[in-house]
Design a protein around this ligand. Structure first.
Ligand SMILES: Cc1cc2nc3c(=O)[nH]c(=O)nc-3n(C[C@H](O)[C@H](O)[C@H](O)COP(=O)(O)OP(=O)(O)OC[C@H]3O[C@@H](n4cnc5c(N)ncnc54)[C@H](O)[C@@H]3O)c2cc1C
Length: 505
């Protein structure tokens, strides 16, 4: 960036030579976004930085000056993170991407990252109800590819035999939701800039799905009770740790995340946010937590727990506010939202067949999914890697922490254990209520308002792309083509409110 005195001198010289030129320049400067502060270095914050740089490169767009990003951790990526267990690394948080996640696919190409191609071999699945396996597919692992294919085919027939035509109805439900979501990739000419999550969802035909539960949607779509209480429940418990009482939209996204063609980034998905930050000329403040945001007229002042202060014309919150302690002045208000905690436990060892009423560990399916049974202590257990027949790496999801006593019942061998407590995603309800994208009606934005629709890497990128357009459209002096919708439950608190803290704090 040029220094301020130098810019003034430049303007003076231009003024002396051409009044018209001065007017043009002054107009351009007045419209420029001088500084943007982003709180959070996950896929939301990093995509925002990328799209701001990308879109502001257009000559008709306001330019964007400094972008500062604050991350309270020592590494970037947020819920895209790796863990190491017994010498191997695995995804600890967000692990799979859908083949139609076009922003993340494009980022991966742009950053020359390699993709773990979707595996052609399937895995064995068991549906555990706490006392027995209601359903089990056959183990497909074999040295012989032909045998593998045959078993895989038999498994498909077994699944179709159990759930019948309902499976195709489920597929149609997911396809139509994905098709509507694809509208968010259409060009600017046909896609408005959205000032609220509600408008964004209504435009794509997705809003209604947030007003009803997944169960209601699937019953209306003609799915059998057996499919809903077994396979669908297994999937919602794996992907969001929740039951089919979750909202229809988040439920559809969970189901989409169990289809074919899923992919991930070789070496870890966190490389996407890391690469975008490097690519986007961002000043990154690692290990620096923002604890207050005040609006002081023309700019926001951000204070960090390190005692530093920063000023920015635009501030973007790229993290869920629900469990944070950020002080806002003037205060802002958002609807109360609970996060679903997902306890992720990694174990190197061997599952205990006796726990499942089996004779040998080889009879335990590679993925054990579960039904909604009271007191069932885990949502799923998956084999991550088979070292030998008696030595494997596993990942467990549960709604409560897994105690040592419980793990000792579940595992006959446990060489290493690692636990993570994620404030993972919203606990989805219906009808869903949304926080505003613009928290104060000015230049304080909230990307994760969109997480109440669904929480994925791609939905964060889609929300960030819209916020980038919203910021630039406000500075260009053109009102966004979709008008503000900050009424009702998403209202902005008045500055006279006594409480300075975020609603939930
Ligand atoms: C266990 C698990 C499994 C998942 N599986 C998948 C999956 O397979 N596929 C998928 O697409 N999605 C998955 N998700 C969801 C996905 O991880 C999230 O939707 C997505 O990563 C959210 O990105 P984000 O940038 O919005 O937020 P985050 O990744 O949470 O980033 C926010 C960042 O802000 C930082 N921060 C917070 N407060 C402050 C502060 N005051 N100052 C500075 N920094 C701050 C945080 O440290 C964090 O790094 C999963 C999530 C979990 C937890």
């Amino acid at each position: 960036m040029l220094s301020a005195p130098f810019v003034s001198l430049l303007l003076f010289i231009i003024s002396a030579t051409s009044t018209l030129a001065t007017e043009v320049l002054q107009t351009a400067n007045a419209n420029d976004v001088k500084s943007v502060c982003i709180i959070g270095s996950g896929i939301g914050g990093s995509s925002l930085a990328y799209f701001l740089r990308q879109y502001s490169a257009d000559p008709s767009s306001p330019t964007v000056g400094d972008i500062r990003m604050f991350e309270r951790n020592r590494v970037v990526g947020g819920r895209m993170a790796m863990v190491s267990i017994a010498g191997d690394t695995f995804e600890a948080g967000a692990s799979i991407l859908h083949p139609k996640n076009f922003h993340t696919l494009n980022f991966t190409k742009l950053l020359n990252l390699r993709i773990n191609e979707p595996s052609s071999s399937s895995f064995s699945l068991g549906i555990w109800d706490g006392t027995r396996f209601n359903f089990k597919t056959l183990d497909t692992s074999s040295e012989f590819p032909l045998f593998q294919k045959l078993v895989s085919l038999v498994n498909s027939f077994r699944i179709i035999y159990r759930y019948g035509f309902s499976l195709f109805k489920m597929d149609n439900f997911v396809k139509s939701t994905v098709d509507n979501f694809l509208k968010y990739y259409s060009d600017f000419g046909s896609r408005p800039v959205f000032e609220s999550v509600e408008k964004m969802l209504k435009w794509a035909g997705l809003y209604e799905l947030t007003c009803r539960t997944l169960q209601e949607e699937l019953v209306d779509a003609g799915l059998s009770p057996l499919l809903i209480s077994e396979l669908v429940t297994v999937i919602t418990r794996i992907n969001y740790g929740q039951s089919v009482s979750m909202s229809g939209l988040a439920g559809a996204v969970a189901l989409a995340g169990s289809g074919g063609g899923l992919w991930s980034v070789e070496g870890g998905n966190w490389q996407i946010p890391a690469g975008l930050i490097n690519h986007s000329d961002v000043t990154l403040h690692l290990d620096e937590e923002i604890d207050s945001i005040s609006y002081l007229g023309d700019y926001y002042k951000l204070n960090s727990t390190k005692g530093n202060s920063y000023t920015c014309q635009v501030t973007v919150v790229a993290t869920p506010l629900d469990e944070l302690n950020i002080w806002f002045y003037p205060p802002v208000s958002i609807p109360e939202r609970k996060l679903q905690h997902t306890y992720t436990t990694f174990v190197r060892g061997l599952l205990n067949p006796a726990y499942f009423g089996l004779h040998s560990a080889s009879e335990i399916p590679e993925l054990v999914g579960t039904t909604e049974t009271p007191n069932l202590p885990f949502s799923c257990i998956a084999v991550l890697k088979k070292y030998t027949e008696v030595d494997m790496a596993y990942k467990l999801f549960s709604r409560e922490p897994m105690t040592d006593e419980l793990l000792d019942l579940l595992f006959s061998v446990r060489k290493e254990t690692l636990r993570i407590d994620w404030g993972a995603y919203p606990h989805y309800t219906s009808p869903e209520v949304f926080a505003p994208f613009v928290l104060d009606g000015l230049h304080l934005y909230y990307i994760n308002a969109f997480e109440n629709a669904a929480s994925t890497m791609e939905t964060s990128a889609v929300a960030a792309e819209n916020i980038a357009r919203l910021i630039l459209s406000k500075f260009s002096g053109q009102p966004p083509s979709s008008s503000s919708d900050l009424k009702g439950s998403t209202s902005v608190a008045s500055a006279s409110d006594e409480e300075g803290r975020h609603f939930e704090l």
